[in-house]
Design a protein around this ligand. Sequence first.
Ligand code: THU
Length: 137
Amino acid sequence: MTSSEAGSPTVDWEALRAAAREAMSRAYAPYSGFPVGAAALVDDGRLVSGCNVENASYGLGLCAECGLVSALQLSGGGRLTHFTCVDGEGEILMPCGRCRQLLFEFGGPELILETPAGFLPLSEMLPQPFGPGHLPK
Ligand code: THU
């Protein structure tokens, strides 16, 4: 699959990015000064989003993707299909390692991410992943 095919012409990436920017505008990031917003499509057509929420106990800060997966579960679950994330300038930001794992749980290797290098499946961003399949049934 090429990166342009993976982007899927039917997906309105501009709208998804706008939702991520809107989420970013609601971030609580007084300690890092680095607001982040994330948005994703769900396999039933829903759109979910999240922003980072920091804490005076710095290590407890929540990434934007944490809010996004929480919103996913709270609004009915499902599988994430397309994802984007932006920084305070509204520019594409790659999810941190922990958040790639969070996304893997709910989107699997086929989840399409918007990256500075084009639209890529999560399998390229989190190779040889640990996942639910490794746990005993
Ligand atoms: N951050 C996210 O929200 N998502 C990421 O994938 C990368 C980092 C947040 C965490 C922290 O509030 C701020 O960015 C600076 O690291």
